[in-house]
Design a protein around this ligand. Structure first.
Ligand code: FEO
Ligand code: CA
Ligand code: CA
Ligand code: CA
Length: 566
């Protein structure tokens, strides 16, 4: 219970040892199963998945997408829906026929279809959980789905393209990484490494301060620019400005148009963690996952009342960057035209430059933020940063010497920082902070590389990334790190999910993923008796076994005694 948690509860499971094999492991008293894999049908007109060639062009937008990531569960009309991200593509797995050949137009269309977002209905029957094929709620949102652009940057000259001269309607949401859920029951999908989808027919086109700060390069990862002019920044220099946003999707209305919420800034968004301030203002914490970039907070000007109107709550507000002081205090610095020397809409399009201008604290790759539901505190996973140290800078030239919440040069293990807002008010501009855990290796590491006291031989991990609280106030930590199990990573095994007790600091391993995979995305069934966990980019033939392509999957985890798991 949350009361027990506040006193430092014991864990309801035995610690799981590491694993290095090609499957999932959970502790005794728990069982896991596969809910859905890349290529499984959402609609009955989809062709069957071929274990050696995967999916077909015709079915590519009728099946569950690739690289499952952030997800949230919703109950709509008594039905259980899950909205889930498909972050990026694995060419060897998704286009096994391609080899070293150039991307064809059909290859590009397949890749555009298998990324983005799935909304699907799921149900539990005698054989366990399954997707409800042909549910009216099932929906694929991909790289060509129309999206409304809303908020202060909508219509700005930086947002206009030849196909959309008004700058109000974009096509697609891309590199959907972490997730969020609004208090009013909509899904937030977070556009992260959008830069990799663009290229330039004239390499000089990418040499602008804005494109350089966001990492747009002359050659894209997936050949989009060879087949779709909008991905060639020589022809469409503003198209990249239409990605890197938080997108709101209403899973209850399969005909709704997703909305890009520009008031929440543009960067490589990891997730979007919502809180409600005592005033009723909506607070959204946001990380920018890049070495030496920043942590952000949005606070709405309007207030939310349950069941009341939500118009404008994500369009009209203030955006802040975090400044951590060495005395364990911190400040949210508002990104205003006065503070940044930038006009209001430009602050939203080039948010990284605005945060640099106010001297925010450079961070070790902010991944997920999680807000504790039973105490006024929030946590951010700082996954790792090999570029931390004297003489290193981020892409904006900001120096990356060690600082309070990022105290380790050559930081290959990562840490979790938490903050406690002044007056228990997430809208307050001051906070206190501390380090919840410094990952490390006390067996082979020395000094700061041994990790903090709550890291032991029994719970070794590196590169915290996904993070989510359950309703009892237990912090679930997922990793996306080095799974070589060698050298500094000896004893860490495959990527994993651990549970952390906020009060005692104790951390215990709960689940391990298959070799090569990252464990990312976590949500719960409405009755809290099933946990849904994402397994992304296994490089073993998971879950179908030898002879099959590897398939990113969502797995279910339950207690064998049917008790609650969250
Ligand atoms: Fe997509 Fe930063 O993880
Ligand atoms: Ca992540
Ligand atoms: Ca990561
Ligand atoms: Ca990932």
């Amino acid at each position: 219970t949350s009361a027990a948690r506040a006193q430092g509860a014991t864990f309801p499971f035995e610690a799981l040892p590491i694993h290095t094999d090609a499957t999932v492991h959970v502790p005794g008293g728990y069982e896991w199963d596969v809910l859905v894999r890349w290529g499984d049908p959402l609609f009955s007109d989809a062709e069957a998945f071929d274990p050696t060639t995967g999916i077909t062009l015709a079915s590519s937008d009728r099946v569950f997408g690739e690289n499952t990531d952030g997800m949230e569960a919703f109950t709509v009309d008594g039905r259980q829906l899950i909205a889930v991200n498909h972050e990026y593509a694995n060419i060897d797995t998704n286009l096994p026929w391609k080899g070293d050949n150039a991307f064809t137009a059909d290859d590009v269309t397949i890749l555009q279809h298998i990324q983005g977002v799935t909304v699907m209905e799921v149900a539990e029957g005698a054989d366990g959980w399954a997707v409800v094929v042909d549910s009216p709620y099932n929906r694929r949102i991909h790289h060509n789905t129309p999206m409304r652009i809303a908020g202060p940057a909508a219509g700005h000259p930086l947002m206009r393209t030849s196909a959309d001269p008004d700058g109000v309607l974009a096509l697609g949401t891309m590199n959907n990484c972490g997730s969020g859920k609004t208090p009013w029951g909509t899904y937030l999908t977070c556009e992260e490494n959008f830069n990799g989808y663009f290229g330039a027919s004239d390499p000089a086109s990418v040499e602008t301060p804005g494109l350089k700060r966001y990492g747009v390069a002359a050659e894209g990862r997936y050949g989009y620019e060879l087949h779709n002019a909008r991905f060639d920044v020589t022809q469409e220099p503003n198209e990249p400005h239409r990605f890197g946003w938080i997108v709101e999707i209403d899973p209850a209305d399969p005909d709704s148009t997703p909305v890009k919420r520009t008031a929440l800034g543009r960067f490589k968004h990891e997730n979007a963690a919502c809180a409600i301030a005592p005033s009723g203002q909506v607070v959204v914490y946001l990380g920018d996952d890049e070495r030496g970039e920043y942590l952000y907070r949005y606070v709405s000007n309007g207030t939310y009342t349950p069941g009341g109107p939500t118009e404008g709550l994500l369009d009209d507000g203030k955006l802040y960057a975090a400044k951590f002081n060495d005395d364990l205090t911190g400040d949210w610095v508002e990104l205003t035209p006065e503070a940044t020397g930038m006009e209001a809409a430009e602050i939203l399009v080039h948010t990284r430059m605005a945060a640099s201008a106010v001297g925010a604290t450079t961070m070790d790759r902010p991944e997920w933020v999680a807000v504790n539901p039973v105490a006024a505190q929030a946590y951010v996973a700082l996954t790792n940063n090999r570029n931390r140290g004297v003489g290193k800078t981020n892409a904006g030239g900001d120096p990356l010497e060690v600082n309070g919440p990022n105290p380790r040069a050559e930081n290959n293990y990562g840490q979790i920082v938490r903050w406690m807002p002044a007056g228990d008010d997430h809208a307050a501009d001051q906070f206190a902070w501390d380090l919840y855990v410094m990952a490390g290796n006390p067996v082979v590491g020395q000094g700061p590389y041994a990790g903090s006291e709550n890291v032991t031989e029994g719970n070794l991990f590196n590169s915290p990334d996904g993070m989510m609280f359950d309703t009892t106030g237990m912090l679930w930590i997922q990793t996306d790190g080095d799974d070589s199990n060698e050298g500094p990573f000896t004893g860490m095994g495959n990527n994993q999910m651990l549970a952390g007790d906020p009060a005692s600091g104790e951390i215990r391993r709960f689940l391990t993923g298959p070799k090569g995979s990252e464990v990312t995305g976590l949500t719960w069934a409405a009755d809290l008796k099933t946990m849904f966990v994402g397994i992304q980019h296994p490089d073993a033939p998971f879950p179908d076994g030898e002879g099959s392509l590897p398939r990113s999957s969502i797995v279910t985890v339950k207690r064998t005694d049917g008790a609650l798991v969250g």
